[in-house]
Design a protein around this ligand. Structure first.
Ligand code: NAG
Ligand code: NAG
Length: 396
C-alpha cells in the first residue's frame, strides 16, 4: 500500500515538478521528433540480439469473488510495468522537459497477457492509456483491470478452507531471449485495498523463474474463507439436528408420532445436503468433509427410521405370541442397566427357570428395550462422527 502510493506519487511529483519553461510548441516538436521513424512493432533495444528487461509488479485493489463452483477468482488490480525504451531518449537540460506522456497505441508495449485467464484472451490496457516516459527512456505503464483467473479450489475443509490462487502473466509471443520479464523488487502489494466479505487475504507472494525460456511471472494470493456465516447457518443447525435425531427413541411407541418425527429429521438433512452442494463445485476432484458428514447423518437417520419401523411392529404384536429368548434377554439386560427390579427376582438362582424368564415380559417391554439400546448406540455413534468431523476440520 505504502509502496504503491510512493510509486504513484513519484510519477505525479515528477509531472508536477516539471518546470513551466517549455511551451506547447516545444512539447509537440519533441513528441514529433521522438516519434518520427518510431515503430511500435519492433522491440525498442539497439542491440536486437539482446533480451529487453521488463519488470512487473502487481497491485491488488480487491478480491471481488472466489467461486468454488466455477473454480474462478476475480480480482481488481493493476500491473506496474517498466522498461527502457532506447529510442525514446532526449536531453532534459536542453529541452527542460523531464517526463512526457505517450498514448499506448503510439509506443511499443510488451504483449503481456493473463495466462490462466477465465475469459477470452485480451490485451492489457487500452488506447486511452497514457504511458509516462522519462528523459532516460524509462517507460512506466499501469494497466488497470479486473482479472478473471482460473484457480483450483480444494473444498475438502469447507467451510474452514484455505485457498491459494495464482495470477500468471506472460508475454505471449516473445520468449525470454527477446523479452526478459521479471518481478520487480516491490513484487506484489495492495493499493486502496477493499476487503472481501467472504474471503480474507492471508498473504501474498510473487516469483519468476529466469532460467525458464517461458516468460511467466506468477503472483499468488493466499485466501482463507471467513467461516462464521456457514457456522451459523450450517454447522450449528446440523449439530442440533443430530442431537434431536435420537430423541425419537424417547417418544413412547404408543404416541404414534415416532415415524413422522424420524422422517421429518431425515428430510431436514436432505435439505442441508442440498444447501451444501449449491456452494460446492459439482465435480469429484475434492469431496468436502462436511458433505460426507451430512451423508453419514442421513444414513444414521435412515437407520433410525428402519429401527423405529421394526420396533413399532414389535410393540403391536399380540400378547399371545411367545417372546423369543433373544428379545427376553435384551429386556433383562436393559432392566439391569437401568437398575429396574421386577416382581420375579431373576437374580435369585432358585427361581431361575425357563418359565420365570419370560413370564413378566410383554411385547411393549421389548419395544422399550429397543428404545433404550438404540438411543444410546445412536447417541454414541453421533458423538463419534461429530468428534471426527471437528477433529478433521480444525486440524488444518
Ligand atoms: C544536454 O544539453 C546540454 C546543454 O546543451 C549539454 O551541455 C549536455 O552535454 C547535453 N547532455 C547530453 C547527455 O548530451
Ligand atoms: C533475465 O534477467 C535476470 C535477472 O535480471 C538475469 O539473471 C537473466 O540472465 C536474464 N535472462 C536473459 C535471457 O537475459
Amino acid at each position: 500500500m505504502f509502496r504503491a502510493i510512493l510509486i504513484l506519487e513519484t510519477v505525479f511529483w515528477i509531472a508536477k515538478a516539471t518546470p513551466d519553461f517549455y511551451t506547447l510548441e516545444e512539447y509537440k516538436d519533441l513528441t514529433d521528433d521522438l516519434l518520427r521513424g518510431y515503430s511500435n512493432k519492433i522491440r525498442p533495444i539497439w542491440n536486437q540480439g539482446q533480451s529487453l528487461p521488463i519488470s512487473v509488479s502487481l497491485w491488488v485493489s480487491s478480491v471481488n469473488e472466489v467461486s468454488a463452483v466455477d473454480q474462478r477468482m476475480s480480482t481488481t488490480a493493476y500491473l506496474y510495468v517498466t522498461w527502457i525504451d532506447e529510442s525514446l531518449w532526449w536531453n532534459a537540460t536542453e529541452t527542460g522537459i523531464e517526463t512526457m506522456q505517450f498514448n499506448q497505441k503510439d509506443l511499443w508495449i510488451p504483449d503481456i497477457v493473463l495466462k490462466n485467464g477465465f475469459t477470452a484472451f485480451q490485451p492489457l490496457g487500452g488506447d486511452f492509456y497514457y504511458l509516462y516516459v522519462e528523459s532516460s527512456g524509462k517507460v512506466q505503464w499501469y494497466p488497470y483491470m479486473v482479472l478473471e483467473s482460473k484457480c483450483e479450489i480444494d473444498v475438502t475443509y469447507f467451510p474452514f478452507d484455505r485457498q491459494m490462487s495464482n495470477i500468471i502473466f506472460k508475454t505471449w509471443s516473445y520468449s525470454r531471449l527477446e523479452v526478459n520479464l521479471t518481478v520487480d523488487e516491490n513484487e506484489i502489494g495492495f493499493f486502496d485495498f477493499v476487503s472481501n466479505s467472504v474471503w480474507e487475504v492471508t498473504s501474498i507472494d510473487a516469483w519468476d523463474d529466469v532460467t525458464n525460456m517461458e516468460t511467466d511471472v506468477t503472483f499468488s494470493i493466499y485466501l482463507r474463507r471467513k467461516p462464521y456465516y456457514f457456522i451459523m447457518s450450517l454447522v450449528i443447525p446440523v449439530i442440533f439436528l443430530g442431537i434431536l435425531n435420537p430423541v425419537v427413541f424417547i417418544i413412547p411407541a404408543d404416541a404414534g408420532e415416532k415415524m413422522g418425527y424420524a422422517v421429518t429429521i431425515f428430510l431436514t438433512f436432505v435439505v442441508f445436503l442440498t444447501i451444501v452442494s449449491t456452494s460446492l463445485p459439482a465435480n469429484s476432484d475434492s469431496i468436502s468433509i462436511m458433505s460426507i458428514y451430512l451423508v453419514i447423518k442421513l444414513l444414521i437417520s435412515a437407520l433410525i427410521i428402519f429401527i423405529s419401523s421394526l420396533q413399532l411392529r414389535l410393540n403391536h404384536r399380540k400378547s399371545s405370541r411367545k417372546i423369543p429368548r433373544f428379545h427376553a434377554r435384551m429386556v433383562r439386560c436393559e432392566r439391569r442397566l437401568r437398575c429396574i427390579r421386577n416382581q420375579v427376582d431373576t437374580d435369585d438362582p432358585d427361581n431361575y427357570d425357563k418359565e420365570s424368564k419370560t413370564a413378566d415380559i410383554e411385547w411393549s417391554d421389548v419395544s422399550s428395550a429397543v428404545d433404550f439400546f438404540a438411543f444410546w448406540i445412536i447417541n454414541i455413534l453421533d458423538f463419534t462422527v461429530t468428534g471426527i468431523l471437528f477433529y478433521l476440520l480444525l486440524s488444518i
